[in-house]
Design a protein around this ligand. Structure first.
Ligand SMILES: [Zn+2]
Length: 410
């Protein structure tokens, strides 16, 4: 069944269409029109000037690590391994171990859905995700080749850098690895090592890159590599983050990732805030809001090799985020948004989460939902978020508060 969102302020990569209409047919965007006309045979939803963005794409997370509090007794760290040792001996980790991995995946999906993220890259070997990441509230990006990181002490994920990168080239999927996340001798040589293994290309997606040298940046630009910036996680663990302006000035495609909440941000809203603050502090001027939005939409789709995602256009997957805000600068409205501003999230052509005002849409489309309060705002959400929350509290035997899931039954 086709249906239509009308009177929205539609943000496409090239244009802002006021009072426009989007026709959704099954999982796809069938039409983007500059005017909204009354059609007799389609359900029309008047979104009354709301800002309509593509669903956001989060390019880095570890869904099984969706837990709190953050771990970091011995910050700043030399590299990820030092942090990981602290993680494994932390009380929060022991607590987390009592929870079913599939439930950690579920809350990982829900935490992003509340922020308008409709796809997430889950950095973990495929067999783990295939086991636990089922029936998710949002889509997990599953088509990628990978390594954990680039040093001799990397976890043994995938079939080795050369093989995985070759796989990525052959299938036109990303080759994703943590890179230059720290300051030990081997980590500092990560980009050189990748070059020696012929693993720098447009398929290459490097997460973090806090220690990139000028020469590294040159090599990444020459080879059209992609970088995923995770400012909250980096600044928390290392008090340092990637030289994002230099990367962008070199023409490198930069997207944004939250990492897991045990080191990273609780929400994309926090990530936006930190990204803005860091940029101002480091470069003495404001980062363009549009650049930040691009990092979660077009840039992310390019890095993840997802031609169907990241923009609102005919034929793309109907992943949409509607927020409340002024149409004078929609990008600023999004990068300054908070939970209450998220009015509707559509993934694969179906409403998954939204303001209580959209209840009739969920009803008409026969989508089972729960009534919830998100930071006091009345929302409805598809799936069983309350049940997952209860299972987690039963597993840890107390009323655990999950800061990244500010939700209660209404
Ligand atoms: Zn990571």
């Amino acid at each position: 069944m086709a249906w239509e969102l009308v009177n929205g302020t539609i943000v496409t990569p090239h244009d802002v269409i006021e009072r426009g209409a989007i026709t959704i047919d099954k999982t796809r965007i069938a039409q983007v029109a500059k005017t909204s006309r009354k059609a007799n045979d389609t359900m029309q939803i008047d979104v009354n000037g709301m800002l309509v963005f593509p669903g956001l794409i989060n390019c880095h997370d570890h869904l099984m690590g969706t837990y709190v509090p953050r771990v970091g007794d011995r910050r700043p760290y030399l590299n990820w391994l030092e942090w990981d040792n602290d993680l494994k001996s932390a009380a929060a980790y022991a607590e987390r171990q009592q929870i079913e991995s599939s439930d950690l995946y579920q809350i990982g999906g829900f935490r992003h859905l509340l922020c308008g993220i409709t796809r997430v890259q889950d950095h973990i070997p495929h067999f783990v995700r295939e086991l636990f990441g089922k029936n998710m509230p949002i889509r997990i990006i599953s088509d990628f080749a990978m390594a954990h990181s680039v040093t001799s002490f990397a976890l043994k994920w995938g079939d080795g850098i050369e093989v995985e990168h070759a796989k990525a080239k052959e299938k036109n999927i990303p080759f994703i690895t943590h890179c230059s996340e720290g300051y030990d001798e081997e980590t500092l040589k990560s980009v050189e090592t990748l070059a020696a293994k012929h693993a720098l290309s447009k398929q290459t997606v490097l997460i973090h890159g806090i220690a990139f040298s000028d020469r590294d940046i040159e090599m990444l630009a020459e080879n059209k590599c992609n970088v995923v910036w995770c400012p909250v996680s980096n600044l928390y663990m290392f008090e340092q983050t990637a030289r994002v302006k230099e990367l962008m000035d070199a023409g490198i495609n930069v997207s944004l990732g939250t990492d897991s909440p045990m080191s990273g941000s609780f929400s994309i809203f926090e990530e936006f805030r930190t990204a803005r603050e860091f940029y101002k502090f480091a470069y003495g001027k404001a980062i363009d809001d549009r650049v930040l939005v691009d990092m979660l939409t077009v840039n992310a789709a390019r890095a993840m090799c997802l031609p169907d995602a990241g923009e609102i256009a005919e034929g793309k997957t109907a992943d949409l985020l509607l927020i409340d805000g002024a149409s004078t600068n929609p990008w600023a409205a999004l990068t300054h948004a908070d939970y209450a501003d998220v009015m509707l999230v559509i993934a694969d052509g179906q409403p998954r989460y939204g303001d209580i005002a959209f209840q009739p849409v969920f009803e008409a489309m026969k989508i089972p939902y729960q009534n919830v309060l998100v930071k006091g705002a009345r929302k409805i959400i598809a799936g069983d978020i309350i049940g997952v929350q209860e299972r987690i509290r039963r597993a840890v035997k107390f009323k655990k508060e999950l800061d990244f899931l500010p939700i209660e039954a209404a």
